[in-house]
Design a binder for this molecule. Structure first.
Ligand SMILES: [Zn+2]
Length: 130
C-alpha cells in the first residue's frame, strides 16, 4: 500500500506511537507526526533540562521514537509556554491565523491522504495547547 498519513499534535510526546508504527510497519505508508511545539515548557523529573534545552531534548526523544516506529517528525514554530487552561489562551499567544497557516504548510509539504488529530479540541483534552 502506498499513501501518507499526517498525525497532528501540540507537543513532541503527544503522538500516538501505536498509530504511527501500525501505519508505517503494517501498511508501509509514510506516517508523519507534526508537533506544534518542541515541548520546552513541560516538566522534566528525570533530567536537568529546562526551557529551550528541554525542547532540544524532547526533539531528540521524538526523533529517536520515529527511528523505532518508522515515522517522520515535523515541528511547528510555536513556543510551549507551559500549562494552559484553554485553547483560547494558547491561540491568543500563538495566533489563530498563524496556527492555521503552519498546519496548512504541513499539509502542503506532506500531502497526506489521511489527517489524524491527536486531540479533539475539547476540555477533556487535558491541556489548552491540545
Ligand atoms: Zn501535549
Amino acid at each position: 500500500m502506498t499513501g501518507t498519513v499526517l498525525h497532528i499534535g501540540a507537543h513532541p510526546d503527544d503522538e500516538d506511537i501505536g498509530l504511527l508504527s501500525y501505519m508505517s510497519h503494517k501498511f508501509g505508508v509514510r506516517a508523519v507526526y507534526w508537533s506544534a511545539t518542541r515541548g520546552e515548557g513541560g516538566q522534566n523529573r528525570i533530567g536537568p533540562y529546562k526551557g529551550e534545552s528541554l525542547g532540544v531534548f524532547r526533539t531528540w526523544e521524538s526523533l529517536a521514537s520515529r527511528a523505532l516506529d518508522g515515522g517522520e517528525s515535523l515541528y511547528g514554530p510555536f513556543i510551549d509556554f507551559g500549562y494552559s487552561k484553554n485553547g483560547e489562551e494558547s491561540l491568543s499567544k500563538w495566533g489563530s491565523k498563524e496556527m492555521v497557516k503552519k498546519i496548512v504548510r504541513a499539509i502542503r509539504m506532506v500531502q497526506p491522504q489521511i489527517i489524524v488529530s491527536r486531540w479533539k479540541g475539547i476540555s477533556d483534552d487535558f491541556h489548552g495547547h491540545h
